[in-house]
Write a protein that binds this ligand. Structure first.
Ligand code: ADP
Ligand code: MG
Length: 249
């Protein structure tokens, strides 16, 4: 049994079968990549994991919880965190404030009733946020307004906002999209380092094969809403079905 078990998930948008009986098993602590041509259903599948979409049929189990019908904040409490295709950060706040907010959100119920505890926890939250910023290499920029960050740094900030919640599962939808080669390589290093220091399971949707083959232990190839191959990277390269799926793009 994997930490994430996807069984027979289907999703239709009007006349379009976006997902068709998708099965996926993600092992605890591993990096699992989902690749496939544009429009294959990758983002739709991820949206089914975080409560943005409800599949028509099938089940999604994470760490003993069903993710179907759960609200996004509940899924977050289960330990699932997501990096979006376009960074979703608070542009008017500082880098540090951006990371303190998700930390507070996670601890909300705990400090609300007790002002004294709140003060001590604020220091705790600040320390935790600073440690997380240090992990992603943004500590020096903690006082900057988020809107003034470079594109690569905004992605790093978003990663920090996810990590601040100590997730068990990190979902990444094209984390290197629009990045320079140098920033892409830095992101690969960062994701490797996060894996080693925190043991977080990751599901990564990615177009850039360099990123996929640098990180993934398992690769699922999605084409027209169906997983056509799921295997270790060595067996994906040059696989006839994979080549066929991409030729149509
Ligand atoms: P990918 O992320 O693999 O590029 P998507 O999951 O975004 O693909 O989309 C899969 C298919 O579903 C596409 O044909 C897309 O146009 C369609 N689609 C995605 N979201 C919606 C929606 N909310 N309503 C209608 N069609 C959608
Ligand atoms: Mg997509």
């Amino acid at each position: 049994m994997g930490i994430l078990e996807v069984r027979n998930v289907s999703k239709r948008f009007g006349g379009l079968q976006a997902l068709n009986n998708v099965n996926l098993t993600v092992e605890q602590g591993s990096v699992h990549a989902i690749i496939g041509p544009n429009g294959a259903g990758k983002s739709t599948l991820l949206n089914c994991f975080v409560g943005r979409l409800t599949p028509d049929t099938g089940s999604v189990m994470f760490d003993g919880h069903s993710l179907l019908g759960a609200k996004p904040h509940q899924i977050n409490q289960f330990g699932v965190s997501r990096v979006f295709q376009t960074p979703e950060i608070f542009t008017d706040l500082t880098v540090l404030e951006n990371v303190m907010i998700p930390t507070f959100a996670k601890r909300d119920g705990a400090y609300k009733l007790n002002p004294l505890a709140r003060v001590s926890q604020e220091t705790e939250v600040r320390d935790h946020a600073e440690a997380t910023l240090s992990d992603v290499g943004l500590l020096d920029k903690r006082k900057m307004v988020a809107s003034s960050l470079s594109r690569g740094d905004k992605r790093r900030l978003e990663m920090a906002m996810c990590l601040a919640q100590d997730p068990k599962l990190l979902l990444l939808d094209e984390p290197t999209a629009g990045m320079s080669r140098a920033d892409t390589n830095r992101t690969i290093d960062l994701l490797k380092q996060i894996g080693e220091s925190r043991g977080i399971t990751k599901v990564i949707i990615e177009h850039d094969m360099h990123v996929v083959f640098s990180l993934a232990q398992k690769i699922a190839v999605l084409a027209q809403g169906t997983v056509i191959v799921e295997d270790v990277p060595e067996n994906i390269k040059g696989h006839p079905k994979v080549r066929e799926a991409y030729l149509g793009e």
